[in-house]
Design a protein around this ligand. Structure first.
Ligand SMILES: [Zn+2]
Length: 413
């Protein structure tokens, strides 16, 4: 039931404190009465008809209904219902939902709109105002690294060296690739950079390797090689965390998880390639506790308009899934490859977004290991350091996967 789901969303929302008189039945009654009114007004027979309507109609024709119903608008956005039934034109060449055609383009991807709707719904209703107090808090942030390539530096940075006539760089890369450590086997550098601020992050690993087609490639390393197993161990030993980076493959999650050298609780899809709602069902079936994929490659911001981890609503069981979705807000490649922001303006653009959200969110940041070398991705390490310094200076709270699961999972009583 939508009203039960909303009760969980509100009662677990970090900015809301429940009054001593709080009683979940009271909230469910208020929200359900509202939902039932909407159902009647629209000549529908049941709640499942209402959900069908939300999934099948384009946003433009739902807008006036959603504007009149904050509860429904919140339910619609949090669960990305606009992505459930899309046409070919709404997907890019990898089959990913496009930001350009999305609802977020209309409502503003930089706005934590759902949180605003939650606040407004409380301020407008005398009973809800008694049930909840609104308290602001300093934002949290979550750092992560998708490990797509470890050995590609010789080819990709090498090409850069050739173009820039840097024989010295070429020779050094060649030496590193053959004899010493490949330049993108740089997890120590990543951990050292973050440890300077006492921050910890998560590394997402691919278990399948090789080229898929002209556009898609899995990893260029073997998950069973000694160098990689040692790296995964050292991540763990240093208090950092590991996760699965689901590959482009017909392998099930179960298969891929069994290939990981350590047990993991979280996943992120390679290329952020997934479609709703199938993906949510697969994550649930796999028994994962966390997924960190919900972001657009093309644009930073809030893909579902909500700034906190949440449990999506399952159309199969009509209740919340047991895993936590942690939206992805900021990715290096977005600025470099998609938005084509000059490297030296990257940190400023990101900090500008962080500044607008320095309260009442959890912001998730992805910086690939390849963006830590100074050849093809020259300057990005420096931009990353500026971002870390900003987060440190502004007292954002660093949080890892385990703490997200502990602090943000809904208490489903
Ligand atoms: Zn990837």
């Amino acid at each position: 039931m939508i009203s039960n789901y909303l009760e969980l969303l509100y009662s677990n929302c970090k900015i809301l404190t429940k009054d001593r008189s709080y009683n979940r039945e009271k909230f469910v009654a208020i929200s359900n009465e509202h939902i039932q009114t909407v159902i009647k007004e629209n000549g529908l027979a049941s709640e499942s008809d209402l959900i069908d309507l939300l999934i099948s109609k384009p946003f433009a024709s739902l807008k006036s209904l959603l504007d009149r119903s904050k509860f429904l608008y919140i339910f619609y956005l949090v669960n990305s219902l606009n992505e459930y039934k899309q046409e070919d034109k709404d997907f890019d060449n990898l089959g990913r939902s496009k930001y350009e055609n999305s609802v977020m383009k209309d409502v503003g991807i930089e706005n934590n709109l759902v949180l605003q709707l939650i606040k407004d719904s409380i301020n407008e209703n005398e009973i809800l105002k008694q049930l909840f107090k609104i308290n602001s808090h300093k934002s949290y942030f979550y750092l992560s690294h998708d490990i797509d390539s470890v050995y590609g530096s010789f080819m990709q940075d090498g090409l850069w060296a050739v173009k820039h006539m840097r024989i010295d760089v070429l020779l050094r890369l060649f030496y590193n690739a053959v004899i010493a450590r490949p330049d993108w086997l740089n997890f120590d550098l990543i951990m050292k950079t973050e440890s300077e601020y006492d921050f910890r992050s998560t590394f997402y690993w691919l278990v399948n390797r090789g080229k898929i087609d002209a556009r898609q490639t899995n990893s260029d390393y073997s998950i069973t090689s000694k160098k990689i197993i040692d790296s995964i161990d050292s991540v763990k030993k240093n208090g950092f965390e590991n996760g699965l980076h689901k590959s482009i493959s017909t392998d099930s999650f179960k298969n891929e998880l069994s290939k990981m050298p350590v047990n993991v609780v979280g996943n992120r899809y390679h290329y952020l390639k997934f479609q709703l709602p199938n993906t949510y069902n697969k994550i649930e079936e796999a028994g994962l506790q966390l997924d960190a994929s919900l972001g657009f490659a093309e644009h930073y911001g809030f893909r579902n308009g909500y700034g906190y981890p949440f449990h999506p609503y399952s159309m199969v069981t009509n209740k919340a899934y047991s895993f936590l979705e942690v939206p992805l807000n900021i990715m290096d490649g977005t600025f470099q490859a998609y938005m084509k922001i000059p490297v030296e303006k990257t940190a400023d653009t990101i900090i500008n977004f962080l500044e607008k959200n320095n309260n009442d969110t959890l912001l998730s940041v992805l910086w690939h290991n390849t963006f830590f070398t100074n050849y093809k991705y020259k300057g990005y390490l420096n931009e990353y350091k500026k971002i870390l310094k900003y987060l440190y200076d502004m007292n954002f709270q660093n949080i890892n996967q385990t703490a997200i699961i502990n602090d943000f999972s809904w208490k489903i009583k």
